[in-house]
Structure formats: C-alpha cells, structure tokens
Design a protein around this ligand. Sequence first.
Ligand code: ATP
Length: 617
Amino acid sequence: MSDVDPLEVLAARAGGPRSARRLTRLLVRSTQQVWRAGPRVLLAVLGLQVLAAAALAAQILVVERVLTVILDVADDPDALPRLWLPVALLALVTAITSLSGAVQQNVERLLGEKVAAAMWRDVLRTATGVSLRNFEEPTFFDRLQRVETNALFRPYQVTQGLVIMLGAVFGSLGVGTVLVTLHPALLPLLVLGGAPLVLTSRRESRLEFDFAVEQTPALRLREYLIGLQTGRDEAAEVRAFALARELGRRIDLLYGTYLKALRGHILRRSRLSALGNLGAAVALAATLVVMVWLVAEGEITVASAGAAIVAIRMLAHQVQALSNGIRLVFESGLFLDDVDAFLTMDPGQGERVEGQPDPPSTFELLEAEDLAFTYPGSEAPALDGVTVRLCRGEVVALVGENGSGKTTLAKVLAGLYQPTGGQVLWDGVDARQYRSAGLRERITVIFQDFVEYGLSATDNIAIGRPDDEPDPERVRRAAADAGIARAIESLPAGYDTILSREFPGGRDLSGGQWQRVALARAFYRDAPLVILDEPTAAMDPRAEHELFASLRSMLAGRSALVVSHRFSTVRTADHIYVMDSGRVAEHGTHTELMAADGVYADLFRLQAAAYMPDAEA
Ligand SMILES: Nc1ncnc2c1ncn2[C@@H]1O[C@H](COP(=O)(O)OP(=O)(O)OP(=O)(O)O)[C@@H](O)[C@H]1O
C-alpha cells in the first residue's frame, strides 16, 4: 500500500469541474446498490413520491377552486352548497399528502435497514479478506473506522437524496405548471430564487466531508480510550493501576479539541446555509411584490393570487427539498468513494489468485529459504536471511530473546505475511504457487494472544474447522489430548457452557485452561503443520511437562514448530533454531548446541541456574 491515503486524493478531486458527471455516476451506482438490497421497497418509495407530488399540484388547483367559491359566497350566500365539494376535495388531497409522507418514512426505514445489512456483508467480507499487512497501517484503521460508521447508511442516504430530488422535481413540475397557468411571469422568479440554496448546499457537503476526514484519527483514539475503560479484558488492570482518572483526562482533552473544531465547523456551515436561505427569501419577497402588482393591474384574480401564494410556499419548499437532496447526494457521495476505495482494496500479495492449485494434503519437507520480512512503516527487517527446515513428524523449536523475530517467522511460515525476500518451499515447490487459502488449511497456528471466543466450549474447539459441522466425538478427543476435557465436563452445561461471563450462564476459565482450549482447537483442525507460539506460557510446570512429554504422540505424525522461551521444554525437540535480531544465530539438537557452547548454551545455563543455583548444566 502506498503512504498516500487514496481518500485524500478523492477528497481533492471531489471539488473538480466534473461534478455533474460525478453526480450522475453516484446516483446510478447507489441506486443499483439500493435496488439490489430491496427492489420492491425502492419502487414503493418512488411510487409514494410521485403520489405526493401529484397530490401537491392538485392541492393548489383545489385551493383556487375553494377561494373562487368563497368569493362567490361573499357576493351570493346561496352559492354556499357549491363549497362542499372543493372543501372535501381539499381535505382528501391534504390527507393523501400527509399519509404518503408518513408511510414513506416507515418504508424508507425498512429500506435503510436492508441496505445496511447488504453493506455490512460487503464490508466484513473485505475486512476479513485483506492481507494481515493492512492491519499494521494506521490509514487502514482510519478508513475502516469511517467505513464502519458510514457504510451502513450512506448508500441509502444517496438514494434518499435521489428520492427527495425526484420528489422535489415532480413536485416542482406540478406546482410550476399550475403556477404558469396562473401567470407565466411568476415562474422564472421562483427558479432564480432556488439557485442560491443549490449553490451553497454543494459547498456545505464539502465542508462536512473534510471535517469527517480531519476528525477520524482523533475519533479513533477517543473510541480506543473509551474501550479501555469499558472493556472486560482491561477492567482489572484499569483498576489495579487506577487508570480511570488519567484515561478520563485524555478523553476530556480529545473531546474538548473535537468540540472546539465542531463549533467552528457548525459556524461555517450555518453561515453558508444562512447565505443561501437569505438569497432565497429575497427572491421570494420579489415574487410576492410582482404578484401584488399583477393583482393591482388586473392580470390575475384575487382567488388566483391566493392560490399562487400557496403555490409559491409549496414551490419554495420543493426547491429547499431539492437543494437538500443534492446536498445529501454530494455529501454521502464523498463518503461512498471512501467505502468504495475500501471495498475494492487489493486483498494483498498472493491472495485470491484464480486457478492456483491447493498444496498436497501433507508434506515431507518444509523449507524456509533466506526469508526476509520488514513490517510496513519499519526501517529494520524483522527477519533477515532466515533459513529453517522441518521434516514430516518432527518437532522443531524456535528460541531467542524478545523481539528476535520468532512470532514473525511463525506468521510468515503460516502464510499470514508474504515474505519481502526469500521463499517458503513445500516439498521443493514455492508456496506462492499454491492457493493461499488452501495453504492456510494445511496449517494450524495458535498465537500467543489467541482469541478467547465468547462461545460454547464445543464452538471454541470446533471453530478450528469452521467449514465443517462440529463433531462432538472429535471435540472430546481434542479436549482430552489438550488436557482440558475434565475441566470442561465439570462446567454447568459441560461442552455447551459459554466460556464468557459476559453472557448468561457463561463461565470463565483460567489462563492455563484457556491455553489448553486453544491447543484443543489446534488438534481439532488436524493440519499437517502445527505452529504453537508459546503454547505453555500460562500453564503450570506439571501441565507444561505433560504437554511436551505427550506432544509427539498427540501430533501423530504431524509436524510442529514450537516457539518457546523455556529451554527445559525445547530440549526434546528434534531441532532447535536460535533466533537473534531477525537472524538464525545457530541451530542443531540440544546436545549439539550445548557442545557448541554458543548463545543457546549460555541462555540454557542461565535458566537452569535460576532454578538450581548450584547445578552444573
Ligand atoms: N506489527 C509490527 N509492526 C512493526 N514491527 C513489529 C511488529 N511486530 C513485531 N515487530 C518487530 O519485529 C521484531 C520481531 O518481533 P517478533 O514479535 O517476531 O519477536 P519475538 O521473537 O516473537 O518476540 P517475543 O519473544 O517478545 O514474542 C521486533 O523488533 C518487533 O519490534
């Protein structure tokens, strides 16, 4: 990904001269989106708009009729019965106008939810499909934040804008036609009166979008700080360190800055809006003056003038609606470009390439050759010329000090990051030749920070094979292999117990028990390569000893790459790689490495001495 946020480019482009074409493109695309989400509901909304516009035009004609009869009644009281029909008609068209408005609101709500559901599907598919690399980039999170808050309603809002615009156009045509029949001179003045509003609403949309882009990073930070104070995982530490006040202070600071910016923003928008409305009001007043003059000159009747006043009010309302519709479309359009940029994101190197084969179901030899990897935005490589080998059925250990590159190597081997240099060979075949999703099916990884799903114990294990129906027998076997079966069986609902206190009837587990559940998940997945990053960090010494003693039999011919800091546990590994500053410093069996008397031997002795100060390692 480049450092330039495509959104900035879009924002700069949005004010360009091609806005008419952009408007059309936006309208077409969003209407397609809304159409896909709910074609019948969209048709219903449009139908209601046409009905409301027709009722509006009819209202003026009926008003004129009512006024004419009222003036007749003033001269001749016997004409009173002639009033009933136009009055009844007026009541009817007024009722139709209000009713269609009320129904439309509810139908629009339904349409909005349908669009939201469709958009969430698309957004989540992209968010889970893009390469892990994106999650290292702040610009990705900024965009994701905007998409999360905008994807739901913006496409619908564009269509709503379109519907409002259409309604306003239909309404204006109807009212305008009636107005021309009253007197042709009234119309051009009104059209001119609408221009200021249309012009200023464009500028308002730009202001709104720029403000949102500018505020996204601070908003994200604020939400993060709020999450720290309300999250379950953080609750204990926030209390232990009494962080609430400091975190609260930072939130207040961020809010203060935001509110100050918001005040300025609202002021700018209000100024623009006032300017537009003032222009429209001046034009309206001029129209009324012209009308009084027309009545004085005898060009129109008093009844027509009365109807014209109603029509002018209605038309002013329509012009206002039109400008609102245009503003909505432009404003949401800018956000939609943002959503589009997100949805069409490159899924990442090596992802989603058509026609690539799946790797064979197992391997004899897995080799990482001269691997290099640098995190986005980092100068120094996290891996630099790393070569490791793993044969079928072997347990290979990765040791090394903090930050030496063990987890990074595990992630590159698992196909989660594409190496920036070197290659991973599956039985001599470059892994990039294979479909990446297929490759990941052959690997199971349990990370240091594995996820504790707030789901049932069965789901927590069976999620290792998300595409298959959970197999209770296999779940039990995996749990037994990981040494967690007895603990799960003693839970109130056994394997059906939700492993989270956040849900009714849920229970939590200890850190070591959770680690065993994660291991059970790995065993359940049944892949030929198992990568375990610090699998026993939270286990007690007995559990750890038992796990490593039985690891080989549990693996049953599968290969394991085990990252660990505990040298006592890795000494039984078939091969040990010692990482140092992104490189393999040395490798061999425990005996070979001790004999070599290098970094490994040093670190091993250090740990052994900590346990038994007088022991000779
Ligand atoms: N997401 C990241 N973005 C940038 N740099 C990172 C990222 N994750 C790790 N690094 C850097 O890459 C290097 C290797 O980190 P890695 O997590 O692979 O080390 P490790 O050996 O697993 O450490 P530990 O024993 O503490 O788990 C470190 O210098 C670390 O700062």
